[in-house]
Design a protein around this ligand. Structure first.
Ligand SMILES: C[S@@+](CC[C@H](N)C(=O)[O-])C[C@H]1O[C@@H](n2cnc3c(N)ncnc32)[C@H](O)[C@@H]1O
Length: 224
């Protein structure tokens, strides 16, 4: 993401000075200092998942309940959605969820340590259907390259969308990036035994086809 100094300052300010305060929030503090997310989770947490655009948190809450030894880092820019997720986390007494309130398109290359996450989950990112808005889409080659760096060797990237053209563009992108990500199936239309958010459920009830993409990180020799 190419940033002017003004936009960079704005994004930094948003990530470092959010109105939401909680012991479960990870806040960036020092410019240039990379974050090691493991440090923010209890010692019994042995692996980390990252969810980008966690929305109201239904999926992460169910996963965190099912896998108490996995830590779930949720990135979401809408504070009301983080607050709603935090309410659910507290009611269930889950200790394996943390939040970051930031614009994740900018975040990775500058602030996150490499090879941190065993799974990255991207469910229903905004599809930006008009061609003139495609530049705002999350799934871009530069973004996927940055994402590759923060995924552990053999770690997974799970992506879901109900928007066919976005799914097809992403599949083509993964074909081009086959030195970074591989998958045994290009696309699936079911994802059994996986939690479903309110948003996903709505799309299913409307009769929309859901495209699920799963890729595994390819680790180039001598990298990182
Ligand atoms: C369509 S919703 C899907 C939410 C959730 N993943 C689900 O499946 O129900 C997309 C979410 O991504 C968040 N989002 C979009 N762009 C973002 C960005 N650049 N940084 C952080 N969050 C973002 C939105 O605020 C919204 O909650």
């Amino acid at each position: 993401m190419n940033l002017t100094p003004e936009i960079r300052e704005k994004l930094w300010s948003f990530a470092s000075r959010t109105s939401f305060q909680s012991d479960y929030l990870i806040q960036v503090q020092e410019w240039g200092k990379k974050i090691d997310p493991k440090k923010y989770f209890p010692p019994h947490v042995t692996e980390l998942w990252l969810e980008l655009g966690s929305g109201w948190g239904e999926v992460a809450i169910q996963l965190a309940e099912a896998f108490p030894n996995t830590g779930f880092l949720l990135m979401e820019k809408k504070i009301d959605r983080i607050k709603a997720t935090e309410k659910k986390r507290k009611e269930r007494g889950l200790e394996n969820i943390r939040y970051m309130t930031l614009n994740f398109q900018w975040f990775f290359s500058e602030l996150m340590e490499t090879e941190m996450f065993s799974t990255v989950l991207i469910n229903f990112p905004d599809p930006w259907p008009k061609a003139k808005h495609w530049k705002h889409r999350l799934m871009q080659e530069e973004f996927l390259t940055n994402l590759h760096a923060i995924i552990k060797p053999e770690g997974r990237l799970l992506f879901a969308t109900d928007y066919g053209p976005y799914a097809r563009k992403t599949i083509s992108m993964f074909r081009r990036l086959n030195h970074l990500f591989k998958g045994s199936t290009e696309v699936a239309f079911e994802r059994p035994n996986f939690p479903v958010s309110f948003f996903e459920n709505e799309k299913r009830e409307e009769g929309k086809r859901i495209y699920y993409l799963e890729r595994t990180k390819v680790t180039p020799l001598g990298s990182y």
